[in-house]
Ligand binder design. Structure first.
Ligand code: NDP
Length: 403
């Protein structure tokens, strides 16, 4: 039915392209471009073996707007799916505007020299996408992505207003390494070392990184320590659910991860400002990334499950008073690896990326302008989650969270 161009050949790009190939009725012509063409080729070989579908591959620097716009014009896709890094969001949006293609991503823009990811840079493209008659869909991964859609589904089907929202992201997987990150190490470490921020009383409240720890018993994983941190969907949820009194994001980390990260931070290895070494400028965090395992190599050894969901409290739609619901997905690392050759953290992002893309390719979600995922009807997206490997469940809890 349509032509799609995916940019980025990491774990998330790999899962999304495999899943697109499994849905050839929606994605009839798949193109994959990234900085290193050999990584695209390796994905194309795996997709061919698993599905019989051909994927065309290209080398591109997505920060080179004229070259990228030329590639998009040459291919002529309906949609460009950005699964490179947050640093490339704006240049890919620019190229889409020049070449006349819709745009989608899974992570909001972050400048390279400041660890501050915010939507305002991308929201500023609103008029340009509107005038061009093009759609830009922001944040169609798991978090952001599914966690936002979960909240909007609860708001549509269960709760008239959401007073309190807690997003709980648990990775109960074990990759057998002393220290490794399960997605891009540079992006991951910038995210977890940033100060925590949560929404309360109409504003963001900042607390030191990793200072707020709670133990939670996750279904099919067991008890884990989770830490409050800032995550980008809090910004869009606070905007599109104006009634929210409090919204927080929690992520689990093992003691070993925290210990290694603390040492790396204390010795300066997580710095993002340049230092001179042997007369050459290096950025410590980028050097650290180079010596850490590539997340895509962890798939073969990772065992266990992820459990990610939302707990929301508010006034019930049926007028029965205040209610609390817990909506979540549980995903098995080994099953994801068997299906796509990638572990569950890439899988839980790549599948919603494919689904968000399917919404645009089929014109189920449409409109001219820049949209966050909260602005579209959650139902068709939620249906596809159930059918394409990320089934969800919803249950009523006895009362609001006690932490
Ligand atoms: P990886 O680092 O594994 O892959 C990123 C890919 O982008 C690599 O193939 C890399 O190429 C390519 N790339 C980097 N810079 C450029 C450039 N200038 N031009 C073209 N290609 C480039 O990351 P992941 O697959 O783990 O993550 C991909 C995206 O998904 C990230 O933006 C991440 O933040 C986001 N994400 C979102 C989540 C969510 O739930 N919303 C969860 C996890 C990730 P090369 O190999 O040559 O370096």
């Amino acid at each position: 039915m349509g032509k799609v161009l995916v940019i980025g050949a990491g774990g998330v790009g790999s899962v999304a392209v495999h899943k697109m190939a499994m849905n050839a009725d929606i994605f009839s012509d798949i193109h994959l471009a990234s900085r290193t063409k050999s990584k695209c080729d390796a994905i194309a070989v795996s997709v061919k073996e698993r599905t019989g579908v051909d994927v065309a591959t290209y080398a591109i620097d997505a920060e080179d707007v004229p070259a990228l716009a030329a590639l998009i014009k040459q291919i002529g896709p309906k949609l460009v799916v950005n699964l490179a890094l947050p640093y490339q969001d704006l240049t890919i949006m620019d190229a889409c505007l020049i070449a006349g293609a819709h745009y989608m991503d899974t992570a909001n823009y972050e400048p390279k020299d400041v660890a501050k990811f915010e939507y305002h840079w991308q929201w500023a493209y609103q008029d340009r996408f509107k005038e061009a008659g093009l759609t830009a869909l922001l944040g169609s991964g798991f978090d952001p992505g599914v966690t936002s859609v979960f909240a909007m589904w609860l708001k549509k089907h269960k709760l008239k207003t959401i007073r309190q929202l807690d997003i709980l992201d648990c990775n109960g997987g074990d990759h057998g390494q002393a220290f490794a990150t399960n997605f891009n190490p540079e992006i991951n470490i910038r995210e977890v070392t940033a100060p925590a921020r949560h929404w309360e009383g109409g504003q963001f409240v900042e607390t030191p990184a990793m200072a707020n720890k709670v133990q939670f018993d996750f279904a099919e994983v067991g008890p884990k320590n989770m830490y409050m941190m800032y995550h980008e969907e809090l910004e869009s949820l606070a905007k599109f659910l104006p009634e929210l009194e409090r919204a927080r994001f929690w992520m689990t980390f093992g003691d070993e991860y925290i210990k290694h990260l603390t040492v790396l931070q204390n010795v300066g290895m997580t710095r993002i400002d340049p230092v001179i070494y042997n007369g050459v400028e290096i950025i410590p965090l980028q050097f650290l990334k180079a010596v850490l395992p590539e997340p895509s190599t962890l798939g073969a050894t990772t065992k266990g499950k992820t459990n990610i969901g939302d707990i929301a409290t508010g006034e019930a739609l049926d007028g029965s008073g205040e209610k609390t619901f817990y909506i979540k997905n549980i995903c098995d690392h080994e099953e994801c690896y068997a299906e796509t050759g990638n572990q569950a953290v890439s899988y839980t992002t790549g599948v919603p990326a494919m689904i968000g893309a399917a919404m645009i390719m089929q014109d189920v979600w449409s409109g001219a302008g820049v949209f966050n995922i909260e602005q579209f009807d959650p139902d068709p997206f939620m249906d596809m989650l159930n059918k394409h490997g990320l089934p969800w469940s919803v249950e009523e809890l006895e009362g609001p969270v006690a932490f």
